[in-house]
Design a protein around this ligand. Structure first.
Ligand code: OSB
Ligand code: MG
Length: 424
């Protein structure tokens, strides 16, 4: 396929309940959707950036801007004006034999198949070769530093268009080994312990197979003790600090050990692997990384240093699903369990996440909750938890592309600004 146009849609979708973390409180999800139009059909991708640069340095305005001013022109065979005028970027416009569109390729050529080392041989990474247009995105966009969430949204849209044209599902492309995936739920910081227990009780009644509590200094030991007591010893319980702690808190965090948590997620700063290593040595609870895992290189480094024994895979944060496949394969080769994280995605992003979570290395329940946990009405067919043996699970979509359809009337109704279209 050849990319003919890229559309950016900005939406504001109200959440059914406010979501509070150590870095802030959200009452609505600011969504950036990318639609890629190709000569063989369209694809949608969802950007996971938040409204504010609090979880990471990326945020929605920045993602929309970098796509409009750098990525879309580069993919549309138009030299990015800034890149050429400043002479900062040593990109070259080439004809890629895999498809008819010219693409920008960075001189500093990055990821290619096999970049993950031995772990990349075979495994899910092998499927990258079947989607050459999507695979051409990361190298074509590498001339821009960072902005992984923006890159990931574009790649997801291109991947969807390419798979729809091939009549293949994301699950099939990624190498899904199951039709249903285990779901957990991420529970925000609550105003009181009583309200926290009410919320958790509701999720248990709905069937969720794992509870994740958001923690921060002052909201850790007491809520963890209360929820562990509610759940009983056998239920899966884990915590996520979103970088709220420092090395001084290692004894406090180690005192969570008796609660037999499945893992503690990202207690320290994104850049600070060393303090995560120290906690891993001081505590029995496994340390899991989220924000620190930018790609397969940082994942392997964190594992080899002993900073993480479990990895949260969020494709959007790693620049896309294809890099997420590399991280999956690298972790699997090292017997490191992974699970699929979430960023309060609508059905567009959720569909692809659920397909990814069906890979063999995803051995822990993900933050792939049902649509109703987030929104009164989803942008796509709603994701609903199964019943009977599928209680607490979501079914992996098997239609072409994401397997779900975007309700375009809602994209219009919920728009927070006019859509932007970049054409060749
Ligand atoms: O750290 O996992 C996180 C939401 C926004 C930003 C960061 C995180 C989260 C979540 C929500 O925990 C997970 C979900 O989508 O249900
Ligand atoms: Mg997290």
């Amino acid at each position: 396929p050849k990319i003919e146009a890229i559309e950016l849609h900005r939406l504001e979708v109200p959440l059914v309940r406010p979501f509070e973390t150590s870095f802030g409180r959200e009452t609505a999800r600011e969504v950036l959707l990318v639609r890629v139009r190709t000569d063989q059909g369209d694809g949608w991708g969802e950007c996971v950036a938040g409204r504010d640069p609090f979880y990471s340095s990326e945020y929605v305005d920045g993602a929309a801007s970098v796509i409009e001013h750098y990525f879309a022109p580069a993919l549309m065979e138009r030299p990015a004006p800034h890149a050429v005028d400043d002479g900062h970027v040593s990109g070259v416009l080439i004809e890629d034999p895999a498809h008819s569109a010219g693409i920008w390729v960075d001189d500093r050529e990055q990821h290619v198949e096999g970049a993950a080392g031995p772990a990349a041989a075979g495994g899910a990474t092998a499927s990258i070769a079947t989607v050459p247009l999507a695979a051409s995105l990361a190298p074509a966009l590498a001339f821009v530093a960072g902005h992984r969430m923006a890159k990931g949204a574009l790649e997801a849209a291109v991947l969807e268009a390419e798979l729809r044209a091939q009549g293949r599902s994301m699950g099939e492309c990624f190498g899904a080994v199951r039709e249903w995936v285990d779901c957990g739920v991420s529970v925000g910081i609550a105003p009181t312990i009583e309200e926290l227990l009410d919320e958790v009780t509701g999720y248990l009644e709905q069937g969720y197979r794992r509870i994740k509590l958001k923690i921060k200094p002052g909201w850790d030991l007491v809520p963890v003790a209360a929820v562990r007591e509610l759940l009983g010893r056998d239920a899966l319980l884990q915590v996520d600090a979103n970088t709220a702690y420092t090395a001084d808190d290692i004894p406090l965090l180690a005192s969570l050990d008796p609660f037999e948590l499945l893992l503690i997620e990202q207690p320290f700063a994104e850049e600070d692997l060393a303090t995560h290593v120290r906690l891993a040595e001081a505590a029995t609870t496994p340390v899991c990384l989220d924000e620190s895992i930018l790609d397969v290189t940082t994942a392997v480094d964190a594992i080899e240093r002993g900073a993480a024994s479990i990895v949260n895979i969020k494709p959007g944060r790693m620049g896309g699903y294809l890099e997420a496949l590399r991280v999956h394969d690298a972790c699997r080769a090292r017997e490191v369990p992974v699970w699929c994280g979430g960023m309060l995605e609508t059905g567009v992003g959720r569909a692809a996440n659920v397909a990814l979570a069906a890979l063999p290395g995803f051995v822990l329940p993900g933050d792939t909750s049902a649509s109703a946990r987030y929104f009164a009405d989803d942008l796509t067919e709603p994701f609903m938890l199964g019943e009977g043996e599928h209680r607490g699970q979501l079914r992996v979509p098997d239609g072409a592309g994401t397997g779900v359809h975007v309700r375009e009337e809602l994209v219009r109704d919920w728009a927070s600004s006019a859509p932007v279209t970049i054409t060749a």
